[in-house]
Write a protein that binds this ligand. Structure first.
Ligand SMILES: Nc1ncnc2c1ncn2[C@@H]1O[C@H](COP(=O)(O)OP(=O)(O)O)[C@@H](O)[C@H]1O
Ligand SMILES: [Mg+2]
Length: 420
């Protein structure tokens, strides 16, 4: 866990998480340009206080270069910064809150005490300490916001006396809600932990059998056959996992590029399902493709859409199991999906308990991990489907009744809508 100071500094260096940091980190040329544009020397207002602390940007008294004139540009600058900023007087009254602060705390009002809006003791103490010693500080705190607990990162420093808020010193506080960023970081960490775990299990198994073959199973042809078969299966699992991981990362990289090719959703679904008929026969599943001859045009990436249908048909066959019936059909038009084409993959398998439906497209989320693994699953199939559909501005709709079966419907904007 990095300490608070490191967090704040890395935010300043990266310059994306904190608009204040970005503003403070403006190089001399940018500051000059800004000064020229606004008629005030930014360097005089937001100045580095101590030589030798090049990275430790701080708000410091301005040395009087602007002589107390032109108060508006500072306020204007603070107003344009897209991160929440508060200007706080020595008594704790809010002298100014920028629009971003008003958006995140709509009940903020000039003249009210900041601690009635942000009660976290760490923040209240930081403001007091900054008034006491003039130093700048960075901190993190958790606070309730509505029903949920949220995580904030704050930086507090002193504004120079001539910054447009009167002769008294004022504190400038940047208070950013980092909850979403933290959630994404946690997701990434989980993802790496899950992927490593999924790979390590088959790898340990392969290594174990190699050792066995090198030692006591060396002269035992029957054992050798058996162990080699297990090793091939485990290596196959690792290959599927690596293939899915690479697929996912390729799709994520292309996610912002909208596909432009006009392709037929029904034709792709039909061809993909037809190619899986031999597999269905081997599995003892009846695979029925009932799609109309008319094309349903969308703007899409043919290979990626084929991957969507292959994953869904594969799941339906796998989880519904031998003796079941899997159907690929055009979705009933739905008022909830205007302007979209839909294709449904339906099975009469065991269905999925309601409480899992919401999370099914998360990476590595499985209703039953052991059963998924036994069937050769990686837990990434539906995550891949979701990312491909995101790229296509499409959606997946999952309906399932326990004991009756599941229906996965892919909805994509019609080509005419998509190009409009
Ligand atoms: N047609 C289906 N019927 C029942 N459960 C399903 C179906 N499709 C998906 N699931 C559930 O969703 C989970 C995630 O699916 P997926 O992302 O494709 O991973 P995998 O199939 O590799 O486990 C599966 O493990 C299974 O529990
Ligand atoms: Mg799957």
């Amino acid at each position: 866990m990095p300490n608070r100071r490191d967090l704040a500094l890395s935010a300043a260096v990266v310059g994306v998480t904190s608009a204040l940091a970005a503003a403070l980190a403006l190089g001399p040329a940018a500051a000059l340009a800004f000064g020229a544009a606004t008629g005030v020397g930014l360097g005089a207002v937001l100045r580095r206080p101590r030589p030798g602390h090049g990275d430790d940007l701080a708000l410091a008294p301005g040395g009087g270069a602007t002589g107390g004139a032109a108060p508006t540009p500072v306020r204007a600058l603070i107003a344009t910064i897209p991160s929440p900023l508060l200007v706080i007087g020595r008594t704790g009254r809010i002298a100014y809150a920028n629009p971003a602060a008003l958006r995140s705390l709509p009940r903020l009002q000039d003249g009210t005490h900041f601690a009635s809006h942000i009660r976290a003791p760490a923040f209240v103490e930081a403001v007091a300490a900054t008034f006491a010693d003039g130093g700048e500080r960075s901190l993190e705190f958790a606070a309730r916001h509505g029903a949920a607990e949220r995580v904030f990162e704050a930086r507090v420093g002193l504004l120079p006396p001539e910054a447009g808020f009167g002769r008294e010193p004022h504190a400038l506080a940047l208070v950013e809600d980092r909850t979403e960023a933290r959630r994404l970081e946690a997701l990434r960490t989980d993802f790496i932990a899950n992927a490593s775990h999924e790979l390590r299990t088959p790898l340990a198994s392969v290594l174990g059998y190699i050792e066995t073959l090198q030692n006591h199973a060396k002269e035992d042809p029957a054992a050798r056959e058996k162990f080699l078969a297990i090793m091939a299966r485990e290596a196959g699992r690792m290959r599927r996992l690596v293939d899915d991981l690479m697929s996912l990362s390729r799709i994520e990289m292309s996610e912002h590029l909208r596909p432009a090719e006009r392709v037929s959703l029904t034709a792709i679904a039909g061809e993909t399902a037809a190619a899986m008929v031999p597999l269905a026969e081997r599995e003892g599943v009846s695979l029925e493709v009932r799609l109309p001859a008319e094309d349903a045009f969308v703007l899409g990436d043919r290979d990626q859409l084929a991957q969507v249908f292959a994953n869904l048909v594969d799941n339906a066959m796998k989880y519904a199991g031998p003796g079941s019936r899997v159907r690929v059909l055009v979705a009933e038009p739905s008022p909830a999906q205007p302007g979209r084409h839909g294709v449904t993959i339906a099975d009469d398998g065991p269905g999925i308990p309601r409480e899992h439906l919401q999370r099914l497209t998360e990476r590595f989320y499985r209703v039953n991990a052991a059963s998924s693994r036994a069937k050769g699953g990686t837990g990434l199939g539906l995550a891949i489907v979701k990312h491909i559909l995101n790229r296509h501005r499409g959606r997946i709709e999952i309906a399932s009744t326990e004991g009756k079966g599941s229906a996965f419907t892919v909805w994509l904007p019609r080509a005419e809508e998509a190009s409009a």
